[in-house]
Design a protein around this ligand. Structure first.
Ligand code: FAD
Length: 345
């Protein structure tokens, strides 16, 4: 099968209420590296209603071109119209690679699109590379010599091994990437996007669901994946009530509280502050790991933090092997002392 007409690295640029999700900028940034390896361009795909004005923001983070589908049918995200619009973009432009953020929207949209265009999808990738299609022995598979593919790597079997997945016989090659995993490039201030509008017709069967009302959760805190300082608690904190110690520290230092899965499973804290493989990937400037053992599934979500400070009563806890600073001792004593010291400083 010849795929020569499939060209370019495309990124689904998720926006909600006219605000582009940070993961879109992370992906256009990462796409610049993939595109350079393939000697091609980065295209962002912007779907929505009245969104054309956002295109330049994507150029600032590496998009050479922005394909816009602007239609009232795309005002609020629903699966059918968005999947239909992406399907049309792919059929018209024939991209080689399409990337999506592994957000709630990206995770809903990407599999639908992959089924429509009869291609594969590698979910929750942490590494993307352009390389040959090799077998387990490291040899290029027969019939694929001299060809380059998207090698998408993701944790498998509870994070105990990394699986590299290649989709050699279908185009486009598609992957979702979790927010916070890829790093943004230096912004190209003042960059202007080359915008192309694609007109898509929406029929009744592209709109099975009608959104009657959008009720937003009231949030007074920043999303943990956007926070600069995280004060993260584990099972060692002992109870929901004891998380007050961490909240006091977070307030004193201007941070946010997050947690390990053990605390979420125990019902002490909500799921949206869980860090790790099945929670969120975070990359704050400072990450306090308090009463957290440092299991591989937790580390997978926070080990890229700039500075990791661990407080744990067990000096052999694995968290100390990835921490920049460590305090061995009882968190119930250390955390209040630390909070007071910060308040007094
Ligand atoms: P523990 O491992 O029980 O560690 C508690 C720590 O607190 C210990 O090191 C102990 O020494 C210390 N401690 C206890 N009392 C005190 C005290 N008074 N003072 C100081 N230190 C104290 N986990 C995640 O966090 N995020 C994920 O996304 C995630 N995804 C998973 C996905 C899969 C498929 C699987 C199988 C597991 C996943 N896990 C995840 C669970 C993970 O394997 C661990 O079980 C979990 O991270 C442990 O949480 P913890 O470190 O809080 O608890």
């Amino acid at each position: 099968m010849s795929f020569e007409e499939y060209k370019g690295v495309f990124v689904f640029a998720q926006q909600v209420d006219g605000v582009i999700n940070n993961v879109a900028f992370e992906l256009t940034s990462e796409a610049t590296k993939l595109a350079a390896a393939l000697n091609t361009e980065v295209t962002a795909v912007l779907l929505g209603s009245d969104v054309k004005g956002l295109a330049d923001e994507l150029a600032v983070y590496g998009a050479d071109r922005v394909v816009v589908v602007d239609d009232p049918a795309l005002k609020t995200y629903t699966t059918e119209p968005y999947a239909h619009a992406m399907d049309e973009v792919i059929k018209n432009y024939k991209p080689d690679i399409v990337l999506y953020g592994a957000t709630a929207i990206g995770r809903d949209l990407a599999p639908r699109v992959s089924a429509r265009v009869s291609t594969g999808l590698t979910a929750d990738c942490t590494i993307l590379e352009i390389a040959e299609y090799k077998n387990a022995l490291g040899n290029v598979n027969k019939g694929y010599e001299g060809q380059l593919f998207l090698n998408a790597t993701r944790p498998a079997f509870g994070g105990n091994l990394m699986a590299t997945i290649v989709c050699p016989n279908n185009k486009p090659q598609m992957a979702t990437v979790r927010p916070g995993v890829m790093q943004k490039i230096e912004p190209k201030t003042g960059a202007k996007a080359n915008v192309e509008e694609l007109k898509v017709e929406f029929a009744k069967n592209n709109k099975y669901v009608e959104v009657l009302e959008v009720v937003k959760a009231v949030k007074d805190k920043v999303d943990i994946s956007e926070a600069n300082i995280l004060v993260s608690g584990g099972r060692g904190v002992g109870s929901a009530e004891n998380f007050k110690l961490l909240e006091d520290l977070a307030d004193a230092i201007g941070g946010q509280v997050s947690a390990s899965r053990a605390c979420v499973d125990a019902g002490w804290v909500p799921k949206d502050i869980q860090v790790g493989q099945t929670g969120k990937t975070v990359r704050p400037n400072v990450y306090f790991a308090i009463g957290i053992s440092g299991a591989i599934q937790h580390a997978a979500g926070m080990e890229e933090s700039d500075i990791i400070i661990a407080i744990n009563k067990d000096e052999s806890a694995p968290i100390f092997s990835i921490a920049d600073y460590g305090v061995v001792g009882d968190l119930n004593k250390i955390v209040p002392l630390l909070t007071d010291a910060i308040k007094n400083a």
